[in-house]
Design a protein around this ligand. Structure first.
Ligand code: COA
Length: 247
């Protein structure tokens, strides 16, 4: 069974994290599958909306730390797909909805800032532990989280590593609604289906007007350069080793 499940439900493309035993941590291969799927959806007139959802009790534990450790030590070779995934999401013209029934960590949180509608479980925790990993924020989150939450709350998340609970995410404007976990996916699916019935061109233009893609892309790439250096830092290497050796 693939770690990413792709399904068409009418005019909605559903992208489902399917690696629950690893809390849906995202590997290089998974990024590649998702980037390909979004690129194909963007070029397919029959797809009118994209829905992210997840199997199991976690939305996503973020980037796979084994992959980070391999990239940190230089053991990784071959194309890295994460950048393509992030930029494909940033540029997506079709509306993206997220069903977040469980916790999000790292990119499992920052990707939500590039979704157009987010439905989240009241008790879900969103965290961005980049500093504890010796890293810096990615995916333009040093800008998007500040824009959404204001500097004080954003710094509690990014600086202290404090979690943002689903109910606060909705109250502070990072999510549309906080719901009991079982209601999250049906609500998100209904919203994606409703978007898929809207006049597609008007929706595309409206999404474009609401997003300053150029500024977001510049921030994402600037963060990406620093992030790539930090991956090789002694602080990051020590954090990855601590996680991998903790059991
Ligand atoms: N990368 C790789 N494997 C991960 C992972 C990640 N990001 N997150 C969880 N896993 C794996 C664990 O190693 C474990 O695998 P194992 O059963 O083979 O030992 C399995 O998923 C379950 O995780 P576990 O830690 O036992 O569950 P938990 O409920 O106690 O804790 C987390 C869940 C997500 C809080 C914890 O696993 C964690 O902190 N993960 C790292 C998150 C992270 O830093 N992501 C990168 C952000 S940039």
């Amino acid at each position: 069974m693939s770690d990413i499940l792709l399904k068409r439900d009418g005019a909605v493309l559903e992208i489902r994290f399917n690696r629950p035993a690893k809390k849906n941590a995202i590997t290089n291969e998974m990024y590649g599958v998702m980037a390909d799927a979004i690129e194909a959806a963007e070029n397919d007139a029959e797809v009118r909306a994209i829905l992210f959802t997840a199997e199991g009790d976690f939305f996503s534990a973020g980037n796979d730390l084994m992959d980070f450790a391999a990239q940190s030590s230089g053991a990784f070779s071959g194309p890295r797909h994460v950048g393509r995934f992030l930029e494909t999401m940033l540029h997506a013209q079709k509306p993206i909805v997220a069903a977040v029934a469980g916790n999000g960590v790292g990119v499992g949180t920052t990707m939500l800032l590039h979704c157009d509608l987010v439905y989240i479980a009241e008790a879900a925790k969103l965290t961005t532990p980049f500093i504890d990993l010796g890293l810096v924020p990615e995916n333009a989150s040093s800008m998007t989280i500040v824009d959404r939450l204001g500097h004080a709350r954003a710094f509690a998340m990014l600086g202290l590593g404090e979690p943002l609970f689903g109910r606060d995410a909705a109250a502070f404007g990072l999510a549309n609604a906080a719901l009991p976990a079982a209601e999250v996916e049906p609500k998100a699916r209904a919203a994606a289906q409703a978007l898929a019935k809207k006049p597609a061109e008007a929706l595309r233009l409206t999404k474009g007007l609401m997003r300053d893609r150029e500024t977001l892309l510049a921030q994402l790439r600037h963060e990406g350069e620093i992030f790539a250096e930090r991956l090789k830092s002694p602080e990051a290497a020590a954090a990855f080793a601590a996680f991998l050796g903790r059991k």
